[in-house]
Design a protein around this ligand. Structure first.
Ligand SMILES: [Zn+2]
Length: 317
């Protein structure tokens, strides 16, 4: 069976303004790596569909979804009329343009479709090369470059629509996934394990919001060997006990030592190792089912190489 790869051109058109690190070129860097390493043919490509609003409302309040729709559709219509759209700030570092509504729906839609592909046995696992990312989006708030929480939307789809009893969320982005925690804390069908630099934006995660949250804050300048030790000692026993039937990954690559948004020291081999450890758990308890969604990763070359390492592992290459 194959690894599904979901993306869409709309995700490339969402643009938060010149100089913003969460830029369209991030997706180009990933594509370039795949093409130059002959990975293109190894993946089963799909165009991401737009998520239904009902899917979003499994993770976000109906009021928040309606507010986002009103704000972002207005920008979309402005752009469709040929008017210039200056990036509109939704928080100090999160901006929308005329393509953000479509991109945000595609990003969440990719995660949902990936879940269905894997659940239906049409792919062993899946990677969503999408933006905007999702793990900072809370139930009621866009923040930290995120609008809808793609992973939380997909996890709830797996539970509420596809009938699973237990899913795990694994978040190895360098920033704490505060949005995912906000949405999934105290949902005892979910175990979330994460590792993140502390202190660092969004300055949360030290006090978990629920017993189903396993947060591992690590100090700046922690390197790969220490991170691997902590994952082995803390995540693995908890995942083994929980026996997830499917694993969702918030795959951020900004803990790479070349990434300038944080100060951790991971390299490509660490991302490969983490991916293989997640796959071990998935193989034992979840029929191998993994849906991974792109979160952060801002050094373009390091991002391409790191996603490459992650995908190579997922595809068994
Ligand atoms: Zn991040």
């Amino acid at each position: 069976m194959s690894t599904a790869y979901l993306s869409h051109q709309d995700c490339h058109r969402h643009d938060m303004g010149g100089g913003h690190p969460e830029c369209p070129q991030r997706l180009d860097a990933i594509e370039d790596w795949l093409i130059s390493h002959g990975m293109d043919a190894a993946l089963d490509r799909h165009d991401a569909p737009k998520a239904e609003l009902a899917c979003l409302e499994r993770a976000h309040s109906a009021r928040y979804v309606a507010e986002m729709r009103a704000t972002l559709e207005a920008l979309e219509q402005q752009a469709a009329r040929g008017e210039g759209v200056a990036p509109k700030a939704l928080d100090p570092d999160t901006f929308a343009n005329g393509h953000t509504w479509a991109a945000a729906l595609r990003a969440a839609g990719a995660a949902v479709m990936a879940t269905d592909l894997v659940m239906d046995g049409r792919a062993e696992n899946a990677f969503c090369a999408v933006r905007p990312p999702g793990h900072h989006a809370t139930r009621d708030q866009a923040m930290g470059f995120c609008f809808f929480n793609n992973v939380a939307v997909a996890a709830r789809h797996a539970l509420d629509v596809r009938g699973l009893d237990r899913v795990a969320v694994v978040d190895f982005d360098v920033h704490h996934g505060n949005g995912t925690e906000d949405i999934l804390a105290n949902d005892d069908r979910v175990l979330m394990v994460s590792i993140f630099q502390d202190p660092l934006y969004p300055y949360s995660g030290n006090d978990p919001l629920g017993p189903n949250m396993l947060n591992v804050p690590v100090p700046p300048y922690t390197r790969g060997p220490e991170v691997r030790e902590m994952i082995e000692a803390l995540w693995m026993p908890a995942l083994e006990r929980f026996k997830p039937q499917m694993i969702f990954v918030s795959a951020g690559f900004d803990a790479h030592r070349e990434d300038e948004l944080a100060q951790l020291g991971l390299v490509e081999a660490d991302y490969e190792w983490i991916t293989l450890r997640i796959m071990d758990v998935a193989r034992r308890h979840a029929k191998g089912r993994i849906v991974s969604c792109l979160e952060g990763g801002y050094h373009l070359s390091a991002l391409g190489r790191s996603v490459g390492a992650h995908l190579r592992a997922l595809a068994g290459l």
